[in-house]
Design a protein around this ligand. Structure first.
Ligand SMILES: [Zn+2]
Ligand SMILES: [Zn+2]
Length: 247
């Protein structure tokens, strides 16, 4: 704990990264790795626990079964090799992600990035990717928002996995409608042809971990994977901080 950090904690007492309440205890001083959420907000996070689908990561209601492919993946297997997320897109986390993306609260990346990195390390074990790629924003949206939330999340993940971050080889070339209000089928059509691989030689035969903030229907991750695999990429894994249940 540096003197500077102690000084800043006195000047700006730590607040919960979701609700902005002052943190009663000072977890930053007591536990340097503590996440800056208050107890009430932290207890509202809903972790995704097994049994789940080893392909798309969807959790099953019944806890008596082992992990097994879900009906949706058996009917139409996603293009990616596996997708995982530590949390359900719900409650406090939903608010935190919303604030992170639309409220200019880029500081939330400091709280949410390490959460995702810790999960990634346990989830990806044995199949460490060579490249970590954030799902890109269209340049127009990047200008409006000022940052790519997926890149802010992907950076600590790449660092923890000791993998190379690559935010240039996959590009969003089509400005699409926001996916939020579209049905699953419309999302798939809306996102089709939105991405391009800039230089296929960089992704060829590489194992890639795609990182995004939220998976709602999986259409964006599937489309990015399609483009990467047609450029010759090897295995593609998808990691999001949260996922809709069901997706
Ligand atoms: Zn809180
Ligand atoms: Zn599945």
């Amino acid at each position: 704990m540096s003197l500077w950090t102690q000084f800043m904690d006195i000047l700006y007492p730590p607040r919960c990264a979701a609700c902005r309440e002052f943190l009663v205890q000072n977890p930053v001083l007591e536990h340097p790795t503590a996440l800056p959420f208050c107890a009430a907000c932290a207890s509202d996070f809903r972790p995704i626990t097994p049994p789940l689908c080893p392909i798309c990561g969807a959790p099953f209601e019944s806890t008596t079964q082992d992990n097994h492919p879900c009906g949706a993946c058996l009917t139409q297997r996603p293009r990616y090799d596996a997708a995982g997320a530590p949390y359900a897109y719900d409650g406090t986390l939903r608010e935190a992600v919303y604030g992170f993306k639309y409220g200019q609260k880029a500081f939330l990346a400091d709280a949410l990035g390490p959460l995702l990195a810790a999960f990634a390390k346990a989830w990806i074990k044995g199949k460490t990717p060579q490249l970590v790629m954030p799902v890109p924003l269209h340049p127009k949206r990047l200008r409006e928002r000022g940052f790519n939330q997926s890149l802010l999340l992907a950076q600590p993940v790449a660092k923890t996995l000791d993998a190379q971050i690559d935010f240039l080889s996959l590009r969003r070339s089509k400005h699409t409608l926001p996916q939020t209000r579209l049905t699953k089928d419309k999302r798939r059509k809306n996102i089709q042809g939105a991405f391009q691989v800039v230089d296929a030689s960089i992704v060829r035969q590489k194992s890639i971990l795609l990182v995004d903030d939220v998976a709602t229907t999986g259409s964006t991750l599937n489309e990015c994977t399609r483009v990467l695999k047609s450029a010759g990429a090897g295995r593609v894994y998808c990691l999001t901080l949260a996922r809709a249940t069901p997706m």
